[in-house]
Design a protein around this ligand. Structure first.
Ligand code: GLN
Length: 447
């Protein structure tokens, strides 16, 4: 803990942590030391973990990187975090992110931007940018992020880490501040596959507090990492030939596919005609869900309340106007629009139907193939400000990550070399729902 506290101080300018739990982390560390000497330590004894600023931790502030949750303190601890604590993990602090998880660069945060330690003039990715940089810069061993449309995988790719989005419903969302409830997942950042697998197996599984979470038993992922079979891998022609794809990322991805062929695996090219519908589907459905989820922040129940109101109506309006950032407001307006009576069928209902098509296509393909491989992102980490004035360019960052989110299947990003600027490149692997064990084993083999 002292080692990490020291690093957090010397790397404070990266702005990954928004709060460091110095005293409670040190106290917890002493307790764990005692447990280790008495032989009663849990499976995560000594693992130092940072948590994204959207996960509730009793008695601690949580802001979702938004002014609207200013000074809000959690009344209870999220199931994911509690399960880590129960296994003697040490929670060292709270990590910066895009406001309510909305963004791909960590530039939309009331706490300010996070710097990528690989090149400080570049973004770390988002929305879990702080979680990524905390592990990248050795400020903690692993971290928790959330992934609604790529927010663990994309920053993992930009910082050279292993990052997983589990199957939707694998990990309880109790105590996670909602962005888009039918997409939100809690994922893990780590430097290697075994640490990631261990943390995921401890967090996952049924929970009485979240009725949407799966009751399927959780395999011991960390003990199933051995890989010695021949597998069938598909790659999607439209992703590898996408004009948005940086040439060096294409080359590195093709390099992995070649390696797999040489090692005796079956590798097939498959057409994915639905690729162009994925981003519109994702952004229609997530903005709709966000507009509904974020209606609870009205100045009455949580966090910030405007001091300038003159009646109830103006209190609601001014609180929300002053409390939400630009991107969040844009999404609330888009979401309200697609849910409005005269446009509901044209946008929301249509997008639900397209979601079903994408999900069925993806699941069918993953019944025929063990894995789908594609780049995690179209480009490596971009410069601050590069996409800030162009929301559509920013949304295009999510081109390859949203397929798994729309379909609910698990996906993992592993490091796959660097480009000519020395910036990390990510490789994404997808498997069918609840096949996290297979995903980890394959990632461990490739990594
Ligand atoms: N960039 C995507 C978005 O803004 C993904 C965010 C996420 O996964 N939380 O919606």
């Amino acid at each position: 803990v002292n080692y990490y506290l020291n690093n957090i101080q010397t790397k404070a300018h990266l702005n990954a942590f928004v709060e460091v739990y110095t005293d409670s982390a040190l106290a917890q560390a002493s307790k764990v030391d005692e447990k280790i000497s008495s032989g009663s330590a849990g499976r995560l004894a000594g693992m130092v973990i940072g948590i994204k600023d959207v996960l509730c931790y009793q008695g601690h502030t949580v802001n979702a990187s938004s002014k609207i949750l200013e000074r809000f303190e959690s009344q209870f601890t999220s199931t994911a975090v509690q399960r880590l604590i129960d296994e003697d993990a040490i929670i060292i602090g709270r990590l910066n992110c895009d406001e309510f998880g909305m963004g791909s660069s960590n530039e939309n945060s009331v706490h300010g931007k996070v710097l990528n330690a690989a090149d400080e003039s570049r973004v770390p990715g988002g929305s879990s940018g702080g979680s990524a940089v905390a592990v990248q810069a050795n400020l903690c061993t692993v971290s928790l992020g959330t992934d609604t449309g790529g927010s663990v995988r994309q920053p993992a790719a930009f910082t050279g880490l292993v990052g997983i989005k589990p199957t939707y419903s694998r990990v309880s969302r109790w105590g996670l501040i909602a962005y888009a409830s039918s997409f939100d997942t809690i994922g893990v950042f780590s430097k290697n596959v075994p640490d990631n697998a261990l943390v995921m197996e401890i967090m996952a599984g049924s929970d009485d507090f979240d009725s949407t979470v799966s009751k399927k038993p959780v395999p011991h992922y960390s003990e199933l990492l051995h890989f010695d079979k021949r597998v069938k891998v598909a790659y999607l022609k439209e992703t590898i030939e996408s004009p948005a794809l940086q040439a060096e990322i294409k080359e590195n991805t093709l390099g992995v596919l070649d390696r797999l062929k040489n090692e005796g695996h079956q590798v097939d090219e498959v057409n994915f005609p639905l690729l162009k519908y994925i981003l519109p589907t994702y952004y229609i459905l997530t903005t709709a869900e966000a507009s509904s989820n974020l209606s609870r922040f009205d100045g009455v129940k949580y966090g910030y309340r405007t001091p300038n109101a003159h009646n109830l109506e103006s209190m609601y309006k001014m609180t929300r106007t002053e409390g939400f950032g630009e991107e969040v407001k844009r999404r609330i307006m888009l979401g309200t629009f697609v849910l409005s009576a005269s446009y509901y069928d044209a946008y929301f209902t249509k997008a639900q139907k397209v979601r079903r098509l994408i999900k069925e296509f993806t699941e069918d393909l993953l019944n025929k193939y063990d894995y789908i491989i594609m780049p995690t992102t179209p480009s490596t980490a971009f410069k601050f400000g590069e996409h800030s004035n162009d929301p559509v360019a920013m949304y295009l960052e999510d081109l390859f990550t949203v397929q798994a989110s729309v379909s609910g299947v698990p996906a993992l990003s592993i490091p796959n070399g660097v480009d000519s600027k020395g910036l990390p490149i990510g490789l994404q692997i997808m498997a069918n729902s609840f096949k996290e064990a297979e995903l980890y084993a394959f990632a461990n083999y490739l990594n």
